[in-house]
Write a protein that binds this ligand. Structure first.
Ligand code: GLP
Length: 249
């Protein structure tokens, strides 16, 4: 795992965009795993700009979203499906059949998790996973718990996560209690991982993830074991990381 500390959000997004564009140019049928949230917005905008400028082609790129709330339809503005279409897919030449998302409205959610896991496998796994980090060091919706859950699964969201995500909802009580998330195996089998962290709200999460033991109580800590993971964090988010970690390979 490598840590790159940037001056601010904009530079974090530049660094991430450069690495993602390299990946897609090298392998035009790359499989991307995509997080939602505010952290990757700058990256997604830069990818859209590169496409508009004609310097990258998405026609063979496949995308898998990391997670989805249970009970929200893809037309619901708070769903991750809606977010991904609006902030990533729009303005890119992705083929509809290359867009994969878990269906949070499925009648049989266990079966839906199994279907999604198989689709990731059939695509040959994820080439590049784009991650954010929750304040409790969750990745995707892999919440702190007694074990790492390997496969796509149903998650009961923690109060900390519901509170952190309430800002997107008109009424905090509307934040769903349950979600579907890719598991740790799906994430750790990705060939490259970019984790983006910016701002004071992520300082403690990075200490939990990088400054201590590898433990399912801080799910992002497992990335310490990944050779192809790059944590791209701005100064504010990284300010409490031990010096020797900044710039470590
Ligand atoms: C949500 C998502 C995560 C995301 C996190 C951080 O809970 N499930 O995948 O990384 O929030 O979001 P933000 O980047 O908006 O801080």
């Amino acid at each position: 795992m490598k840590v790159r500390v940037t001056e601010d959000y904009e530079e974090m997004s530049d660094v991430a965009a450069e690495l993602a564009l390299q990946q897609i140019r090298k392998k035009p049928d790359s499989v991307l795993g995509l997080t939602a949230g505010s952290s990757p917005l700058g990256l997604y905008q830069r990818l859209q700009a590169a496409y508009r400028e004609g310097t990258v082609d998405f026609s063979r790129v496949r995308i898998f979203t990391l997670s989805e709330y249970i009970g929200l339809d893809e037309t619901d503005e708070q769903s991750f499906a809606y977010y991904t279409r609006k902030h990533f897919c729009e303005g890119l030449n992705l083929a509809e059949e290359n867009i994969y998302m878990p269906n949070g409205m499925a009648d049989d959610i266990a079966q839906e998790c199994a279907r999604y896991g198989k689709a990731i496998e059939a695509a040959g796994g994820i080439d590049m996973m784009i991650l954010g980090i929750g304040p409790n060091a969750h990745i995707g919706f892999n919440e702190p718990g007694p074990v790492f859950v390997p496969e796509t699964h149903v998650v009961e969201l923690s109060e900390a996560t519901r509170a952190a995500n309430a800002r997107f909802f008109d009424n905090p009580a509307d934040v769903p209690y349950w979600a579907v998330s890719m598991g740790m195996r799906d994430i750790m089998f990705a060939r490259h991982i970019l984790l983006l962290a910016s701002g004071p709200g992520k300082t403690e999460a990075l200490v939990l993830a990088l400054g201590g033991d590898i433990t399912p109580k801080a799910p992002a800590s497992v990335l310490q074991l990944h050779r192809g993971a790059v944590v791209i964090a701005d100064e504010t988010a990284a300010r409490r990381l031990p010096k020797e970690l900044r710039g470590r390979r």
